[in-house]
Design a protein around this ligand. Structure first.
Ligand code: S3P
Length: 425
Protein backbone atom coordinates (compact mmCIF):
# COMPACT_ATOMS: atom_id res chain seq x y z
CA UNK A 1 0.00 0.00 0.00
CA UNK A 2 1.21 3.53 -0.65
CA UNK A 3 2.45 5.45 2.36
CA UNK A 4 -0.08 7.19 4.57
CA UNK A 5 -0.84 10.65 3.24
CA UNK A 6 -1.58 12.27 6.61
CA UNK A 7 1.59 10.88 8.14
CA UNK A 8 3.71 11.78 5.10
CA UNK A 9 2.74 15.48 5.33
CA UNK A 10 3.50 15.52 9.04
CA UNK A 11 6.83 13.70 8.64
CA UNK A 12 8.05 16.38 6.22
CA UNK A 13 6.77 19.28 8.31
CA UNK A 14 7.98 18.05 11.69
CA UNK A 15 11.23 16.83 10.12
CA UNK A 16 11.63 20.40 8.84
CA UNK A 17 11.14 21.80 12.36
CA UNK A 18 13.48 19.34 14.08
CA UNK A 19 17.21 19.76 14.55
CA UNK A 20 19.21 17.35 12.38
CA UNK A 21 18.44 14.95 9.55
CA UNK A 22 15.19 13.00 9.55
CA UNK A 23 15.16 9.90 7.36
CA UNK A 24 11.70 9.00 6.13
CA UNK A 25 11.01 5.55 4.74
CA UNK A 26 7.89 4.82 2.73
CA UNK A 27 6.88 8.45 2.14
CA UNK A 28 3.82 8.75 -0.11
CA UNK A 29 5.08 10.12 -3.41
CA UNK A 30 1.78 11.65 -4.42
CA UNK A 31 1.11 15.17 -5.68
CA UNK A 32 -0.28 16.34 -2.31
CA UNK A 33 2.90 15.38 -0.47
CA UNK A 34 5.06 16.88 -3.21
CA UNK A 35 3.21 20.17 -2.61
CA UNK A 36 4.19 20.06 1.06
CA UNK A 37 7.81 19.26 0.16
CA UNK A 38 7.95 22.14 -2.35
CA UNK A 39 6.51 24.60 0.19
CA UNK A 40 8.99 23.52 2.86
CA UNK A 41 11.86 23.95 0.42
CA UNK A 42 10.61 27.47 -0.30
CA UNK A 43 10.78 28.02 3.48
CA UNK A 44 14.43 27.02 3.62
CA UNK A 45 14.21 23.31 4.51
CA UNK A 46 16.52 21.00 2.56
CA UNK A 47 14.68 17.89 1.36
CA UNK A 48 16.29 15.20 -0.76
CA UNK A 49 15.11 11.88 -2.17
CA UNK A 50 17.43 8.94 -1.79
CA UNK A 51 15.68 5.95 -3.40
CA UNK A 52 11.91 5.83 -4.09
CA UNK A 53 10.08 6.37 -0.80
CA UNK A 54 13.25 7.24 1.14
CA UNK A 55 13.58 10.93 1.83
CA UNK A 56 15.92 12.99 4.01
CA UNK A 57 14.81 16.23 5.62
CA UNK A 58 17.39 18.59 7.10
CA UNK A 59 15.45 20.44 9.77
CA UNK A 60 15.94 24.10 10.70
CA UNK A 61 14.55 23.88 14.26
CA UNK A 62 11.30 25.27 15.68
CA UNK A 63 10.90 28.88 14.56
CA UNK A 64 13.75 28.63 12.07
CA UNK A 65 11.95 28.87 8.72
CA UNK A 66 12.86 31.56 6.16
CA UNK A 67 10.35 33.94 4.61
CA UNK A 68 9.41 32.52 1.20
CA UNK A 69 10.00 34.72 -1.85
CA UNK A 70 7.37 32.87 -3.90
CA UNK A 71 3.67 32.13 -3.42
CA UNK A 72 3.25 28.76 -1.68
CA UNK A 73 1.06 26.61 -3.95
CA UNK A 74 -0.51 23.78 -1.96
CA UNK A 75 -2.06 22.19 -5.04
CA UNK A 76 -5.09 20.04 -4.17
CA UNK A 77 -4.18 19.45 -0.54
CA UNK A 78 -6.29 20.81 2.32
CA UNK A 79 -4.02 19.08 4.83
CA UNK A 80 -0.88 20.69 3.40
CA UNK A 81 -2.50 24.13 3.38
CA UNK A 82 -4.07 24.05 6.83
CA UNK A 83 -1.19 22.43 8.69
CA UNK A 84 1.35 24.73 7.10
CA UNK A 85 -0.77 27.78 7.99
CA UNK A 86 -0.42 26.62 11.60
CA UNK A 87 3.36 26.53 11.26
CA UNK A 88 3.49 29.91 9.49
CA UNK A 89 1.16 31.62 11.99
CA UNK A 90 3.87 31.76 14.65
CA UNK A 91 6.81 32.59 12.38
CA UNK A 92 7.57 36.31 12.21
CA UNK A 93 7.26 36.60 8.41
CA UNK A 94 4.84 37.23 5.58
CA UNK A 95 3.80 34.41 3.26
CA UNK A 96 1.34 34.09 0.38
CA UNK A 97 -0.56 30.84 -0.18
CA UNK A 98 -2.80 29.48 -2.90
CA UNK A 99 -4.00 26.17 -4.29
CA UNK A 100 -5.72 24.56 -7.28
CA UNK A 101 -9.30 25.22 -8.41
CA UNK A 102 -10.63 22.76 -5.81
CA UNK A 103 -8.56 23.97 -2.85
CA UNK A 104 -9.43 27.65 -3.42
CA UNK A 105 -13.09 26.75 -2.79
CA UNK A 106 -12.45 25.14 0.59
CA UNK A 107 -12.97 26.90 3.94
CA UNK A 108 -9.86 28.23 5.67
CA UNK A 109 -11.57 30.30 8.41
CA UNK A 110 -11.66 27.18 10.55
CA UNK A 111 -7.88 27.56 10.92
CA UNK A 112 -7.36 31.30 10.46
CA UNK A 113 -9.83 32.08 13.31
CA UNK A 114 -7.88 30.27 16.07
CA UNK A 115 -4.53 31.20 14.51
CA UNK A 116 -5.49 34.90 14.58
CA UNK A 117 -6.01 34.54 18.33
CA UNK A 118 -2.37 33.43 18.52
CA UNK A 119 -1.30 36.74 16.99
CA UNK A 120 -1.23 36.01 13.25
CA UNK A 121 -2.90 38.33 10.73
CA UNK A 122 -4.61 37.04 7.59
CA UNK A 123 -5.99 38.62 4.49
CA UNK A 124 -8.18 36.02 2.80
CA UNK A 125 -10.49 35.89 -0.17
CA UNK A 126 -13.67 35.58 1.93
CA UNK A 127 -12.17 32.96 4.25
CA UNK A 128 -10.61 31.08 1.36
CA UNK A 129 -7.35 30.90 -0.58
CA UNK A 130 -5.48 32.73 -1.95
CA UNK A 131 -4.46 34.37 1.32
CA UNK A 132 -1.66 36.25 2.97
CA UNK A 133 -0.47 35.27 6.42
CA UNK A 134 1.53 37.68 8.51
CA UNK A 135 2.94 35.49 11.28
CA UNK A 136 2.84 36.63 14.89
CA UNK A 137 5.74 38.77 16.13
CA UNK A 138 5.00 37.68 19.69
CA UNK A 139 3.04 34.40 19.47
CA UNK A 140 0.39 33.88 22.13
CA UNK A 141 -0.40 30.40 23.43
CA UNK A 142 -4.16 29.75 23.54
CA UNK A 143 -6.80 27.29 24.72
CA UNK A 144 -9.03 26.51 21.74
CA UNK A 145 -12.23 24.47 21.73
CA UNK A 146 -12.81 23.05 18.26
CA UNK A 147 -16.08 23.80 16.48
CA UNK A 148 -15.68 21.16 13.77
CA UNK A 149 -14.29 17.67 14.28
CA UNK A 150 -11.14 18.21 12.24
CA UNK A 151 -7.65 16.81 12.72
CA UNK A 152 -6.43 19.50 10.35
CA UNK A 153 -7.68 22.28 12.65
CA UNK A 154 -6.33 20.52 15.75
CA UNK A 155 -2.95 20.03 14.07
CA UNK A 156 -2.76 23.62 12.80
CA UNK A 157 -3.21 24.99 16.33
CA UNK A 158 -0.77 22.47 17.86
CA UNK A 159 1.85 23.24 15.21
CA UNK A 160 1.40 26.98 15.83
CA UNK A 161 1.74 26.29 19.55
CA UNK A 162 5.18 24.83 18.93
CA UNK A 163 6.62 28.30 18.43
CA UNK A 164 4.61 30.05 21.16
CA UNK A 165 5.92 30.34 24.73
CA UNK A 166 4.10 28.16 27.30
CA UNK A 167 1.28 25.72 26.69
CA UNK A 168 -1.21 25.64 23.82
CA UNK A 169 -4.30 23.50 24.35
CA UNK A 170 -6.84 22.20 21.85
CA UNK A 171 -10.09 20.79 23.20
CA UNK A 172 -11.78 18.29 20.92
CA UNK A 173 -15.30 17.12 21.73
CA UNK A 174 -14.94 14.18 19.29
CA UNK A 175 -11.67 12.31 18.71
CA UNK A 176 -9.90 12.87 15.39
CA UNK A 177 -6.73 11.29 14.00
CA UNK A 178 -3.83 11.88 16.40
CA UNK A 179 -0.86 11.53 14.05
CA UNK A 180 0.47 15.00 14.93
CA UNK A 181 0.46 14.23 18.64
CA UNK A 182 2.17 10.85 18.14
CA UNK A 183 4.83 12.27 15.85
CA UNK A 184 5.54 15.25 18.09
CA UNK A 185 6.35 12.81 20.89
CA UNK A 186 8.47 10.78 18.48
CA UNK A 187 10.58 13.91 17.90
CA UNK A 188 10.93 14.57 21.64
CA UNK A 189 8.09 17.11 21.99
CA UNK A 190 5.89 17.21 25.08
CA UNK A 191 2.21 16.54 24.44
CA UNK A 192 -0.23 15.72 27.22
CA UNK A 193 -3.78 14.47 26.86
CA UNK A 194 -6.53 14.80 29.48
CA UNK A 195 -10.22 13.90 29.53
CA UNK A 196 -12.42 16.77 30.69
CA UNK A 197 -15.59 16.50 32.80
CA UNK A 198 -17.84 16.80 29.74
CA UNK A 199 -16.00 13.92 28.04
CA UNK A 200 -14.03 16.13 25.64
CA UNK A 201 -10.28 15.63 25.23
CA UNK A 202 -7.76 18.39 25.98
CA UNK A 203 -4.48 18.10 24.08
CA UNK A 204 -1.68 20.33 25.31
CA UNK A 205 1.61 20.98 23.57
CA UNK A 206 4.56 22.54 25.32
CA UNK A 207 5.85 25.47 23.26
CA UNK A 208 9.39 26.13 22.04
CA UNK A 209 10.78 22.64 22.46
CA UNK A 210 13.93 21.44 20.79
CA UNK A 211 12.62 18.80 18.42
CA UNK A 212 15.28 16.24 17.56
CA UNK A 213 15.38 14.49 14.17
CA UNK A 214 14.25 10.88 14.37
CA UNK A 215 13.73 8.23 11.67
CA UNK A 216 10.15 7.72 10.50
CA UNK A 217 8.69 4.66 8.84
CA UNK A 218 5.43 5.64 7.19
CA UNK A 219 2.75 2.93 7.43
CA UNK A 220 0.55 2.02 4.47
CA UNK A 221 -2.48 4.28 4.12
CA UNK A 222 -5.72 2.72 5.42
CA UNK A 223 -7.67 5.26 3.35
CA UNK A 224 -5.94 4.05 0.15
CA UNK A 225 -6.12 0.38 1.18
CA UNK A 226 -9.90 0.88 1.34
CA UNK A 227 -10.11 0.78 -2.47
CA UNK A 228 -8.56 -2.65 -3.12
CA UNK A 229 -10.20 -3.91 0.10
CA UNK A 230 -13.71 -3.04 -1.12
CA UNK A 231 -12.82 -4.34 -4.59
CA UNK A 232 -11.92 -7.70 -3.02
CA UNK A 233 -15.17 -7.77 -1.04
CA UNK A 234 -17.26 -7.11 -4.15
CA UNK A 235 -15.57 -9.23 -6.83
CA UNK A 236 -16.67 -12.87 -6.37
CA UNK A 237 -13.89 -15.31 -5.51
CA UNK A 238 -11.38 -12.64 -4.42
CA UNK A 239 -8.92 -13.00 -1.61
CA UNK A 240 -6.43 -10.23 -0.99
CA UNK A 241 -3.71 -9.61 1.57
CA UNK A 242 -2.97 -5.94 2.09
CA UNK A 243 0.35 -5.57 3.85
CA UNK A 244 1.48 -3.10 6.46
CA UNK A 245 -1.69 -1.01 6.67
CA UNK A 246 -1.87 1.69 9.36
CA UNK A 247 -4.39 0.72 12.03
CA UNK A 248 -4.54 3.87 14.13
CA UNK A 249 -7.88 3.39 15.96
CA UNK A 250 -8.91 6.90 14.89
CA UNK A 251 -8.69 5.79 11.23
CA UNK A 252 -10.31 2.35 11.25
CA UNK A 253 -14.03 3.21 11.18
CA UNK A 254 -14.46 1.89 7.63
CA UNK A 255 -13.11 -1.56 8.42
CA UNK A 256 -15.38 -1.87 11.50
CA UNK A 257 -18.33 -0.76 9.38
CA UNK A 258 -17.58 -3.27 6.62
CA UNK A 259 -17.36 -6.09 9.18
CA UNK A 260 -20.80 -5.00 10.53
CA UNK A 261 -22.06 -5.28 6.94
CA UNK A 262 -20.85 -8.87 6.81
CA UNK A 263 -17.36 -8.44 5.36
CA UNK A 264 -14.82 -11.19 5.86
CA UNK A 265 -11.80 -9.15 7.00
CA UNK A 266 -9.16 -10.50 9.33
CA UNK A 267 -5.93 -9.09 10.67
CA UNK A 268 -2.51 -10.73 10.79
CA UNK A 269 1.00 -9.82 11.95
CA UNK A 270 0.08 -6.73 13.93
CA UNK A 271 3.08 -4.53 14.69
CA UNK A 272 4.20 -0.92 14.85
CA UNK A 273 5.72 1.53 12.37
CA UNK A 274 6.80 5.07 13.28
CA UNK A 275 4.77 5.10 16.51
CA UNK A 276 1.62 3.91 14.71
CA UNK A 277 -0.04 0.47 14.86
CA UNK A 278 0.07 -1.51 11.58
CA UNK A 279 -1.32 -4.83 10.45
CA UNK A 280 -1.79 -7.01 7.41
CA UNK A 281 -5.41 -7.22 6.29
CA UNK A 282 -6.85 -10.35 4.74
CA UNK A 283 -10.00 -9.57 2.76
CA UNK A 284 -12.26 -12.15 1.10
CA UNK A 285 -15.27 -11.60 -1.16
CA UNK A 286 -18.41 -11.36 0.97
CA UNK A 287 -22.16 -10.87 0.69
CA UNK A 288 -22.80 -7.50 2.34
CA UNK A 289 -25.97 -6.21 3.99
CA UNK A 290 -27.18 -2.65 4.53
CA UNK A 291 -26.71 -1.04 7.96
CA UNK A 292 -26.92 2.34 9.68
CA UNK A 293 -23.55 4.03 10.24
CA UNK A 294 -23.86 6.43 13.19
CA UNK A 295 -22.75 10.07 12.98
CA UNK A 296 -20.23 9.63 15.84
CA UNK A 297 -18.16 7.35 13.64
CA UNK A 298 -17.68 9.93 10.86
CA UNK A 299 -14.39 11.48 12.07
CA UNK A 300 -12.80 8.00 12.18
CA UNK A 301 -13.65 7.26 8.55
CA UNK A 302 -14.21 10.68 7.04
CA UNK A 303 -12.33 9.98 3.80
CA UNK A 304 -13.87 6.54 3.31
CA UNK A 305 -17.53 7.42 2.63
CA UNK A 306 -17.15 7.45 -1.16
CA UNK A 307 -15.85 3.88 -1.28
CA UNK A 308 -18.26 2.77 1.49
CA UNK A 309 -21.11 4.10 -0.64
CA UNK A 310 -19.99 1.74 -3.47
CA UNK A 311 -20.07 -1.21 -1.05
CA UNK A 312 -23.52 -0.10 0.14
CA UNK A 313 -24.74 0.10 -3.47
CA UNK A 314 -23.94 -3.62 -3.86
CA UNK A 315 -25.21 -4.69 -0.42
CA UNK A 316 -28.59 -6.28 0.26
CA UNK A 317 -30.87 -3.69 1.87
CA UNK A 318 -30.69 -0.05 2.86
CA UNK A 319 -27.63 1.71 4.24
CA UNK A 320 -27.98 5.00 6.11
CA UNK A 321 -24.86 7.13 6.40
CA UNK A 322 -25.24 9.91 8.97
CA UNK A 323 -23.28 12.96 10.14
CA UNK A 324 -21.70 13.74 6.78
CA UNK A 325 -21.75 17.57 6.77
CA UNK A 326 -17.96 17.70 6.39
CA UNK A 327 -18.17 15.71 3.15
CA UNK A 328 -19.56 18.82 1.49
CA UNK A 329 -16.23 20.68 1.96
CA UNK A 330 -13.73 18.00 0.96
CA UNK A 331 -11.87 17.92 -2.37
CA UNK A 332 -15.37 18.15 -3.88
CA UNK A 333 -18.91 18.20 -2.46
CA UNK A 334 -18.67 14.46 -1.95
CA UNK A 335 -22.31 14.01 -0.89
CA UNK A 336 -23.44 15.50 -4.18
CA UNK A 337 -20.82 13.66 -6.26
CA UNK A 338 -21.60 10.24 -4.70
CA UNK A 339 -25.34 10.78 -5.11
CA UNK A 340 -25.12 11.93 -8.74
CA UNK A 341 -22.67 9.17 -9.72
CA UNK A 342 -24.61 6.35 -8.08
CA UNK A 343 -27.90 7.58 -9.53
CA UNK A 344 -26.29 7.63 -13.00
CA UNK A 345 -25.25 4.00 -12.42
CA UNK A 346 -28.82 2.98 -11.64
CA UNK A 347 -28.65 2.94 -7.82
CA UNK A 348 -31.57 4.25 -5.76
CA UNK A 349 -30.14 6.88 -3.45
CA UNK A 350 -31.45 9.76 -1.34
CA UNK A 351 -29.26 12.62 -0.28
CA UNK A 352 -29.98 14.83 2.75
CA UNK A 353 -28.17 17.92 4.07
CA UNK A 354 -25.68 15.68 5.90
CA UNK A 355 -26.77 12.12 5.16
CA UNK A 356 -27.03 9.52 2.44
CA UNK A 357 -29.48 6.67 2.11
CA UNK A 358 -28.47 3.99 -0.36
CA UNK A 359 -30.85 1.22 -1.40
CA UNK A 360 -28.86 -1.87 -2.35
CA UNK A 361 -30.40 -4.89 -4.01
CA UNK A 362 -27.68 -7.40 -3.16
CA UNK A 363 -26.63 -7.31 -6.81
CA UNK A 364 -24.17 -5.02 -8.57
CA UNK A 365 -25.76 -1.98 -10.18
CA UNK A 366 -26.14 -1.55 -13.88
CA UNK A 367 -23.36 1.02 -14.41
CA UNK A 368 -23.00 2.14 -18.00
CA UNK A 369 -22.34 5.78 -17.11
CA UNK A 370 -19.46 8.23 -17.22
CA UNK A 371 -19.35 9.71 -13.76
CA UNK A 372 -18.30 13.30 -12.99
CA UNK A 373 -15.48 13.47 -10.45
CA UNK A 374 -14.87 17.23 -9.98
CA UNK A 375 -11.13 16.42 -9.83
CA UNK A 376 -11.67 14.40 -6.63
CA UNK A 377 -9.31 11.41 -6.32
CA UNK A 378 -11.53 9.40 -3.99
CA UNK A 379 -14.63 9.87 -6.13
CA UNK A 380 -12.66 8.67 -9.18
CA UNK A 381 -11.20 5.58 -7.45
CA UNK A 382 -14.54 4.68 -5.86
CA UNK A 383 -16.43 4.59 -9.16
CA UNK A 384 -13.62 2.69 -10.88
CA UNK A 385 -13.91 0.04 -8.15
CA UNK A 386 -17.68 -0.10 -8.67
CA UNK A 387 -17.00 -0.58 -12.37
CA UNK A 388 -15.26 -3.87 -11.57
CA UNK A 389 -18.64 -5.42 -10.74
CA UNK A 390 -21.31 -3.34 -12.49
CA UNK A 391 -23.15 -4.97 -15.38
CA UNK A 392 -21.83 -2.41 -17.82
CA UNK A 393 -18.51 -0.64 -17.43
CA UNK A 394 -18.26 2.65 -15.55
CA UNK A 395 -16.18 5.58 -16.77
CA UNK A 396 -14.87 8.56 -14.87
CA UNK A 397 -14.54 11.93 -16.59
CA UNK A 398 -11.06 12.59 -15.20
CA UNK A 399 -8.74 10.19 -13.41
CA UNK A 400 -5.75 12.53 -13.09
CA UNK A 401 -6.59 13.51 -9.49
CA UNK A 402 -5.82 9.95 -8.37
CA UNK A 403 -2.14 10.93 -8.45
CA UNK A 404 -2.70 13.22 -5.46
CA UNK A 405 -2.99 10.28 -3.04
CA UNK A 406 -2.54 6.93 -4.83
CA UNK A 407 -0.24 7.28 -7.86
CA UNK A 408 0.09 3.48 -8.18
CA UNK A 409 -3.67 2.82 -8.15
CA UNK A 410 -4.03 1.88 -11.80
CA UNK A 411 -0.93 -0.35 -11.84
CA UNK A 412 -1.96 -2.07 -8.63
CA UNK A 413 -5.55 -2.68 -9.71
CA UNK A 414 -4.50 -3.80 -13.18
CA UNK A 415 -2.05 -6.21 -11.55
CA UNK A 416 -5.00 -7.68 -9.64
CA UNK A 417 -6.87 -8.28 -12.88
CA UNK A 418 -8.87 -5.08 -13.28
CA UNK A 419 -9.31 -3.84 -16.85
CA UNK A 420 -8.92 -0.07 -16.85
CA UNK A 421 -8.70 1.65 -20.20
CA UNK A 422 -7.73 5.23 -21.01
CA UNK A 423 -10.47 7.77 -21.45
CA UNK A 424 -11.46 8.75 -24.98
CA UNK A 425 -9.90 12.06 -26.00
C1 S3P B 1 -6.55 14.83 7.48
C2 S3P B 1 -7.70 15.06 8.16
C3 S3P B 1 -9.02 14.93 7.55
C4 S3P B 1 -9.01 14.18 6.23
C5 S3P B 1 -7.86 14.58 5.37
C6 S3P B 1 -6.54 14.36 6.08
C7 S3P B 1 -5.28 15.03 8.17
O1 S3P B 1 -9.54 16.22 7.35
O2 S3P B 1 -10.21 14.36 5.54
O3 S3P B 1 -7.85 13.82 4.17
O4 S3P B 1 -4.23 14.57 7.67
O5 S3P B 1 -5.28 15.64 9.26
P1 S3P B 1 -10.36 16.95 8.55
O6 S3P B 1 -9.61 16.67 9.79
O7 S3P B 1 -10.38 18.40 8.24
O8 S3P B 1 -11.71 16.30 8.52
Amino acid sequence: MPGDKSISHRALMLGGLAIGQTRITGLLEGDDVHATAAALRALGVQITRDVPGNWIVSGVGVGGLDEPSQVLDMGNSGTAARLLLGVLATHNMTAFMTGDHSLVKRPMARVTTPLARMGADFVTRGGRLPLVVRGAVNPIPIVYRMEVASAQVKSAVLLAGLNAPGETTVIEPVGTRDHTERMLRHFGGTVSVATLEDGATAITVQGQPELIAAPIIVPGDPSSAAFPAVAALLVPGSELILRNVGMNPLRTGLYETLVEMGADISYADAGEAGGEPVSNLVVRASALKGITVPAERAPRMIDEYPILAMAAACAQGTTHLLGLAELRVKESDRLAMIAAGLAACGVKIEVGEDSLTIHGTGRPPNGGATVATAFDHRIAMSFLVLGLVSNESIGVDDATAIATSFPTFETLMTGLGARITGAPA
